[in-house]
Design a protein around this ligand. Structure first.
Ligand code: AMP
Ligand code: GLY
Length: 423
């Protein structure tokens, strides 16, 4: 089969790694891809939001299945466009991708169908939001309704900062039109865990758990980022937590979407908080996490193409997911200054150290070719990943491997997976 993957970051590198192992894949394209993805796929210079060119390319090459990986094109309906052109596509249609695309939608859905989540109110009018905050319990969480690169969430410790937050989101439009509407939410405490799943509209299959590290600095300090590192599985995701989530969250979400006439096919990513009152949904994403994919896909035993096709065809009921009985850790190597301001274009050295090592992966996030060399081309540059018999071994190996790589302004967190020691 001829496959096109839409996207060009570390997540897409992990997806292309998974797909290239499938014996049924005869040709793999990635648009736009990056310098690492080029090892597995032919990269094509088409942006993820250039729908016309994406569809024209898929037609021209007679692509059998397209995998749309990032949130923006999913929310804007790229899967619908491929389908209109008669091309099979993996991922939710626009009317289902709203599960991630609008926080107000997802909160209302959870309320309507009794899926556990933090208490909340939605506001279109900043005056009303300010009035509400006067009597609200602090700390409190403010969320811009729309997509904001995972950054549209403010946790405010007191009334003053909450008021400033309303101004930032709704009046100054710091996150653009995503902030025309805002969700104000109860602050929850507990362990966070990411659980990814495959969904075929009706059936859901749960992958192994993972945990992200969203803040830029050691000790969870600094600004929110796309994710600075992950580990899988999470020792805090116990059998008991899994049982409750299966009963109250996973299948109920799929059923709720169907009942709303928004059948969901693709990946649902459950961002969960394990609170004293049990697991609750922090957020839904309609795609693989980045860098969650980098620790989950390398541990997956199934043929990734088989599972993705089953989602599109509605035959996921026949699939059992299997994961290796080990662990993986991913440490993101970023450019100093990320997520605010950073320089690009520095040569990356040491990539050859990952060749022919089964337990080690160097997933490229922001890289490109320049004058025959591979150079930095983004805030997040590489996701250095290692598998080990357990989390501690995987972490030690991943950090060892970060030393194999060198580029100017290389920055990373040193405490990815520190929580493992507390488990
Ligand atoms: P989100 O994009 O909704 O996942 O929010 C980003 C991050 O903000 C989450 O990963 C949490 O760490 C934090 N967060 C979001 N909502 C809440 C909440 N209700 N209580 C506590 N922390 C939250
Ligand atoms: N790593 C979190 C996300 O992909 O949104």
């Amino acid at each position: 089969m001829k496959i096109l993957v839409v996207g060009g970051g570390g997540r897409e590198h992990a997806i292309c790694y998974g797909l290239h192992k499938s014996s049924r894949v005869t040709k793999l394209y990635c648009a736009p891809g990056n310098a690492g993805i080029a090892e597995y796929a032919e990269c094509v210079e088409i942006g993820v939001m250039d729908f016309e060119k994406q569809v024209a390319f898929a037609k021209e090459k007679a692509i059998d299945l397209v995998v749309v990986a990032p949130d923006d094109p999913l929310a804007a309906g790229l899967v619908d466009e491929f389908e209109k052109a008669g091309i099979k596509a993996f991922g939710p249609r626009k009317n289902a991708a709203i599960l991630e695309g609008s926080k107000a939608f997802s909160k209302d859905l959870m309320k309507k169908y009794g899926i556990p989540t933090a208490a909340y109110e939605t506001f279109d009018d900043p005056e009303k939001a300010l009035e509400y905050l006067e009597t609200a319990k602090m700390p409190i969480v403010l969320k811009a309704d729309g997509l904001a690169l995972g950054k549209g969430v403010l946790i405010c410790n007191d009334l003053e900062s909450a008021k400033a937050g309303v101004k930032e989101i709704m009046l100054d439009k710091k996150f653009g039109t995503a902030g025309s509407r805002m969700v104000v939410e109860e602050f929850m405490t507990g362990r966070e865990v990411s659980v990814l799943s495959f969904v075929d509209g009706k059936n859901i299959r749960i992958m192994t758990s993972a945990q992200d590290h969203k803040r830029a600095g050691d000790g969870d300090t600094g600004l929110n980022t796309g994710g600075m590192g992950t580990f899988s599985p999470s020792p805090f995701y116990t059998e008991e937590v899994d049982r409750i989530c299966r009963e109250k969250i996973y299948q109920p979400t799929v059923d709720a979407m169907r009942a709303e006439g928004r059948e969901f096919k693709g990946i649902i990513f459950f961002g969960l908080m394990i609170t004293e009152d049990g697991p609750k949904v922090l957020e839904y994403n309609a795609r693989f996490g980045d860098p969650e994919a980098q620790v989950v896909i390398p541990r997956m035993k199934n043929d990734l193409l088989d599972v993705m096709e089953a989602c599109v065809d509605g035959t996921l009921g026949d699939v059992e997911l299997e994961f290796e009985d080990n662990a993986a850790v991913c440490v993101v190597l970023a450019s100093e200054g990320y997520p605010v301001k950073y320089e690009k274009g520095y040569e990356i050295k040491g990539l050859e150290n990952f060749k022919d090592k089964d337990d080690y992966f160097c997933f490229h996030a922001g890289t490109k070719f320049a004058d025959g060399k591979i150079v930095t081309n983004g805030g997040r540059v590489l996701g250095v990943t290692a598998k080990g018999a357990d989390l501690k071994e995987a972490r030690a190996k991943a950090y060892k491997a970060t030393e194999w790589i060198d580029f100017d302004n290389k920055y990373m967190r040193h405490d990815i997976g520190k929580a493992i020691d507390e488990a």
